[in-house]
Ligand binder design. Structure first.
Ligand SMILES: NC(=O)c1ccc[n+]([C@@H]2O[C@H](COP(=O)([O-])OP(=O)(O)OC[C@H]3O[C@@H](n4cnc5c(N)ncnc54)[C@H](O)[C@@H]3O)[C@@H](O)[C@H]2O)c1
Length: 337
């Protein structure tokens, strides 16, 4: 298996180093190829990655990405020059975000613990509200959401499959009371696909009510499927519930195809703490576990997840005092055992 490693900017290289350490500790044979793309590359070459970067990325089984973003480079250059281009050009149409509260990580919801927070978010990643269609004339702007039956169907089917393998409960985030076209199609297609999964209990919940329910009653949710915008917002809320940005992991995948998948912690380059050795590597290490699953190494992935739960060495953002390296070392040691 060939894995491209884009450490990127800011804390990216710090957390990716720990994720790579843990990948090596699993003993799984992976050829790790460093891709030195990002803002430093942009300064030297005027682009975030080589012109054939997308083709190069396609050659890998998976990509592990740290983060991009540099105070000296416009954000639209860093994001569109690398991350968003790879997601779109590689057609990584599902964004998958596991949300669990790891033992010892403080939860902002009073009285809630690890048993209450175990959800999986599946977000449509390439169309919907972020299709880019629209325009502006002076003070009037329109932004058109584009939903296709094929686009909704594939993400719904993937979400139902995930629910079937978990607690058999799927919640669809909708807003079809107000969005009379796109969300009505969304509901219709989710219903149709759901009929193929009679063993999975399904419900649709208005996205605003769903946000409230995540706070009041997170244990009532298993798999949540949502459009690009709804998924974007709900997963940030979910991230806060699981202890903050430093622990959140994500997979960008194109399920059912042999296409490369891209795995990345949810956080950005965190320039405010870069170089201090205090960044939490858990999001990156968890992303590496998702990567292992993607390349067919489910057992190794499970070992990493056990280590993430068992090892209580934590960085300061989640109430500890360990450095990035100390957390990585402790998790790698637990995995190697
Ligand atoms: N996927 C990505 O590459 C990605 C995602 C978001 C933002 N960005 C970029 O990153 C740059 C900074 O953006 P931002 O400050 O809005 O978001 P950010 O995620 O970098 O940081 C937000 C806050 O979370 C903290 N934080 C982030 N990661 C952490 C970690 N691993 N451990 C502990 N604390 C952590 C930071 O210190 C900061 O206080 C911008 O250039 C932005 O465009 C990139």
């Amino acid at each position: 298996m060939k894995v491209g490693v884009i450490a990127g900017d800011g804390v990216g290289p710090e957390v990716v180093a720990e994720a790579v350490k843990v990948l090596r500790a699993t003993g799984v044979e992976l050829e790790l190829v460093a891709l030195p793309w990002g803002s430093a590359y942009w300064r030297e070459h005027g682009a975030m990655m080589p012109p054939n970067g997308v083709e190069m990325a396609r050659e890998f089984d998976a990509i592990l990405l740290g983060a991009v973003g540099d105070p000296g480079v416009p954000d639209d250059v860093t994001l569109w020059g690398l991350l968003l281009t790879l997601r779109k050009e590689l057609d990584l149409w599902a964004n998958v975000r596991p949300v669990r509260l790891l033992p010892g990580v403080p939860c902002p919801l009073a009285g809630r613990g690890p048993d209450d927070v175990d959800m999986l978010f599946v977000r449509e990643n390439v169309e919907g509200e972020y299709s880019g269609a629209g325009g502006r004339v002076g003070d009037v702007a329109v932004e058109t959401a584009v939903f296709t039956r094929a686009g909704v169907e594939r993400v719904a089917r993937y979400a139902f499959e995930q629910a079937r393998a978990r607690r058999k409960r799927l919640t669809s985030a909708t807003k079809s009371n107000a969005l009379r076209y796109t969300m009505v199609l969304w509901d219709e297609v989710v219903e149709e696909v759901g009929a193929e999964f009679p063993d999975v209990e399904r419900e649709r919940v208005l996205v605003d009510a769903l946000a409230a329910r995540m706070v009041r009653n997170p244990d009532s949710l298993d798999v949540v499927v949502g459009s690009n915008l709804f998924g974007d917002i709900l997963t940030d809320l979910a991230g806060a519930i699981q202890g903050g940005l430093g622990v959140c992991a994500s997979a960008n995948v194109s399920p059912g195809s042999a296409a490369v998948g891209m795995f990345e912690p949810v956080h950005g380059s965190a320039p405010d703490i870069a170089g201090q050795g205090v960044a939490n590597p858990i999001g990156a290490i968890w992303s590496a576990a998702l990567l292992l699953d993607h390349v067919g190494e489910a057992q190794a992935a499970a070992r990493v997840m056990h280590a993430l739960a068992d090892v209580r060495v934590r960085t300061r953002d989640v109430g500890g005092s360990a450095t990035t390296t100390q957390v990585g070392d402790a998790i790698a040691a637990a995995v190697a055992e």
